[in-house]
Design a protein. Sequence first.
Length: 439
Amino acid sequence: MKKVVKFGGSSLANAEQFQKVGEIIKSDKSRRYVVPSAPGKRFDGDTKVTDMLYSCYETAASGEDFTNQLKAIKERYYEIVRGLNLNLSLEEEFKTIQADFKNQSGMEYAASRGEFLNGKIMAAYLGYTFVDAAEVIRFRKDGSFDMETTDKLLTKRLEKCECAVIPGFYGACSDGTVRTFSRGGSDVTGSLVARAIQADLYENWTDVSGFLVTDPRIVENPAVIETITYRELRELSYMGATVLHEEAIFPVRKEGIPINIRNTNSPEDKGTFIVESTCRKPRYTITGIAGKKGFCSINIEKSMMNSELGFGRKILQVFEDQGVNFEHVPSGIDTMTVYVHQDEFEEKEQQVIAGIHRAVQPDFVEMEADLALIAVVGRGMRSTRGTAGRIFSALAHANVNVKMIDQGSSELNIIIGVENRDFETAVKAIYDIFVMTQI
Ligand code: ASP
């Protein structure tokens, strides 16, 4: 059995957290490949090392003195080294970093040092081989990620290692220029390593006990999702629920490798399994509820629109020409509505309206702002009658007016449009009806 374990910044913020991580790794021999993030926040109001590196490099790039900023970063690492009683010097590494910052080696290089140094400490602490991600995670010159080369390099390098630490978040071009994934990208590295070694499981350790049924800022202490499919996860993440970097899914999904989200501070919790498919029945009819505020709807009305061939295409072309993405397009006989992100749309509003008038000569165009979309997602909905009925009766009881309904043909989700001010009430009402009543 081979497992890849990735630890997020809060799991590695100080020596105490490192010790918890060490115990987790040692308690299971199959945890052979470790992907660490940079040290995160130790307490509320603290700064992540990655952010310290970004601002230190900004100072360096503007030609100012960055000695004190680099010293503070060094201190974060030595605090860990001392706390672990490790006989490890990072002096050479910091000398190189200082020189590289002076030579303006780039923002991505700067940020990557957070994971690089934490990887060095982790390898020394565990007695595992350190594998520099710059040698095995490959980017192209244009900054895009090169999956094929990475897979080959990683497989070849890790074949020779019984146990290894591979720092997350960064890689390099073939000429050695260091590049990073977007923020939170250590999740992606973990997934790439899992794919390369054909792991049985990719464990992603963080500070929550899994993926929650809904946002804890809206519902107090929501239930944890035990098993979720990749498709369900995609629907929920798209609507704003985040635990995992979006791009972390693709490498393992193709290989059918499950991901297990776990909590470093509560290792006895089983966490959430993310799988390609499952016959396990979900605990509740729905798997999760997520949503976002800040949408706007453009309602277009024209009599006999239904018999006008190409009407929908012409409307959507106007949005495309203005570079505005659309979210949903519910339609009636003589009406078509387009949902867009308000902030993206506001600037282009008048051009879009003019474009619609030119393209289809509507009877009238009307807009409504400050709308929220809620996605109710669950593979269990497919086989259960009355799910929609329950959602809407819960919303009616909570006095929420439903503006739009859209059920995907996969029956995996129902999207509901409500006014921004009703958003929290609506999410709570849906959560209560499915989770609190336990059906
Ligand atoms: N340290 C990086 C960040 O803060 C990457 C990561 O933690 O995954 O975004």
